[in-house]
Design a protein around this ligand. Structure first.
Ligand SMILES: [Mg+2]
Length: 278
């Protein structure tokens, strides 16, 4: 009960009690980067925190279902988190590319539909656009359904980020893509795919009594909003965990609890696991 009192909102406390009462009725969802995994300069060098995934695996043996909902390709998240090798994650699904792709631990199979043509067309134009701005060394990440343009590794990430915004808005509009700002990254993304819809599909499939969602960035806002809507409609209880950082605070006002980054998420999940194991 000590932990419950740390939760900032009445809705959060209600959700915590519901999880403890009925773990099997719980759907536990988490973003990958910045939540399970520390943010690193090179996304391909990301790794899942042993503490966080360990706590998730302990919870996986108690709750109804565990899911990772990420902007990454499902295959990449599974590989970086070694999510296919862990005991306790047998119920896990990974919803990749904001729910466009899926991997299920139960079958080991990936569902990876073909991406819209506009993404490849925009990707082909980006090197020239970057060169024209003197930002030729910005890293471009092809994520199939989206293209990430990263400024984190550049000498002046903030100035580069500001210089890129207008030209990328124009490029995105021309190819029917949406421009999504993130932490020193712009994503040009095929529209109509977001974590909110991914959460709604999971809820329709699992019909949980309680959903937990842990996120850290702008891409998680639709998921948080979906949980809040479902909660306000009385469909379920919901616990929203923000993995706090200095770089992004859009999620904090939507969250029931803000914890200090991936180590804080690990600690919170660990305490929940301990409570469920008692
Ligand atoms: Mg993230």
């Amino acid at each position: 009960m000590e932990m419950e009192s740390d939760l900032g909102t009445e809705a959060g406390r209600r959700a915590w009690r519901a999880i403890v009462e009925d773990p099997a009725g719980t759907l536990l969802c988490s973003d990958f980067d910045g939540v399970l995994s520390p943010i690193v300069r090179d996304p391909d060098a990301a790794w899942a925190s042993e503490e966080t995934v360990g706590a998730l695996a302990r919870l996986g043996q108690r709750v109804g279902k565990v899911a990772v909902v990420t902007g990454r390709m499902a295959r990449k998240a599974v590989q970086l988190g070694r999510l296919d090798e862990r005991q306790g994650l047998e119920t896990m699904s990974v919803l990749g590319l904001y729910g466009f792709e899926r991997w299920d631990a139960a079958t080991g199979e990936f569902d990876e539909p073909r991406a819209p043509d506009g993404v490849a067309a925009a990707a082909a134009e980006i090197p020239r656009l970057l060169a024209g701005l003197g930002l030729g060394s910005a890293r471009v990440e092809d994520k199939r359904l989206s293209i990430g343009v990263h400024t984190r590794e550049l000498d002046d990430p903030q100035a580069a980020y500001a210089a890129l915004e207008a030209p990328l808005i124009e490029l995105a509009a021309r190819h029917d893509l949406r421009l999504e700002p993130g932490k020193f990254v712009f994503e040009l993304r095929a529209p109509g795919i977001n974590k909110g819809d991914a959460v709604r599909r999971l809820v329709a499939e699992v019909r949980p009594r309680t959903i937990v969602f842990a996120g850290d960035d702008l891409g998680d806002v639709p998921a948080f909003e979906a949980v809040r809507e479902l909660r306000e409609a009385g469909t379920l209880e919901g616990l929203l965990i923000c993995s706090g950082s200095d770089e992004q605070d859009a999620l904090q006002p939507l969250a029931d609890i803000v914890v200090p980054g991936p180590p804080g998420v690990a600690e919170l999940l660990d305490r929940l696991a301990t409570e469920l194991e008692r």
